[in-house]
Design a binder for this molecule. Structure first.
Ligand code: SF4
Ligand code: SF4
Length: 284
């Protein structure tokens, strides 16, 4: 099986999986009907046995609760990471905001995530229909989020200020060559940071994509724009984002967007919104 086949599949699914376009049955304002939330995803391929997945289990990087590809799928050979860039309409709307996410951003965060989950399910089914094993960690029953104070099953020693989950999409994307981290802790890809990730672990062996970087922050120019954009003052110019400040602020936006929420101000109106700033490839 060739990687090109999977890239073509990715483009086809972007058009055929329902839910990427805002429609009337989503309980939305009529002015948004027909707005596309996500552009065609970009893909990266990583080896299931990449040593970084073991590194991620170290305390201080992620932690021992982070599951490796082979723990998700014993016959795993490859991790395929997908980055779904937010559409220009969604990004533009959020650029105007100074306190909370735009309505379109909140839709892309909630209805958009439902679309991405359906999309990743369709990718897994495509492999399974061809006789291969596939697992989408974020939809798997073993997936657990590590919310402050609750910890994760089997790891009672987790600190109260711990954040994360059993599978980090951004760290998987880093392994797969899709990009590096920024000060705001998002991942900067060739299509920028404003978007969402999905991934699938499969039993097919693909050649891993090369990583065009050597440091976890290679693509971040430390311009501080995200620091200035953050209404919660959650991003420190030296230490980066504090999840304990960001998380509650994002959830408090329900007061405006109920039943939705979101923020992403640090991902829009900044040089890394839609490209890699170090390469001066930011686009409108
Ligand atoms: S806005 Fe600037 S400092 Fe913040 S993540 Fe992007 S490139 Fe880095
Ligand atoms: S760090 Fe959190 S609160 Fe601050 S702009 Fe980014 S998403 Fe919003």
């Amino acid at each position: 099986m060739e990687k090109e086949q999977i890239r073509k599949l990715a483009a086809e699914l972007n058009l055929s999986v329902p839910g990427n376009e805002l429609c009337t049955n989503m309980d939305i304002k009529t002015e948004y009907v027909g707005t596309r939330m996500y552009n065609t995803p970009i893909l990266g391929f990583g080896a299931a046995e990449d040593p970084l997945f073991e590194e991620y289990k170290k305390v201080g990087i992620i932690g021992p609760w982070h599951m490796s590809p082979k723990e998700w799928l014993p016959e795993a050979k490859t991790v395929i990471s997908f980055f779904f860039p937010m559409s220009l309409e969604v990004r533009k709307s959020n650029r105007q905001e100074k306190k909370v996410a735009s309505e379109l951003w909140a839709y892309a965060r909630i209805e958009g995530q439902a679309y991405i989950s359906a999309y990743m399910k369709a990718v897994a089914e495509w492999f399974q229909e061809r006789g291969f094993a596939a697992c989408v960690p974020s939809s798997d029953s073993r997936w657990q989020s590590l919310t402050a104070g609750k910890g994760i099953e089997g790891y009672p020693e987790i600190r109260e200020d711990s954040f994360g989950s059993r599978w980090s999409e951004r760290h998987a994307a880093y392994v797969c060559g899709l990009g590096t981290f920024g000060l705001s802790k998002g991942l900067i890809t060739e299509k920028g940071m404003a978007g969402r990730f999905g991934s699938v672990v499969v039993s097919v062996a693909f050649e891993p994509d090369p990583r065009a970087y050597s440091d976890v922050y290679d693509y971040c120019i430390r311009c501080g724009a995200c620091v200035r954009r953050c209404p919660a003052h959650a991003i420190d110019p030296e230490r980066g984002k504090n999840h304990m400040i960001c998380g509650p602020y994002v959830m408090a936006s329900r007061a405006v967007h109920e039943p939705r929420y979101g923020c992403g101000l640090c991902q829009t109106g900044v040089p890394c919104e839609a490209g890699i700033p170090a390469l001066a490839r930011v686009s409108g």
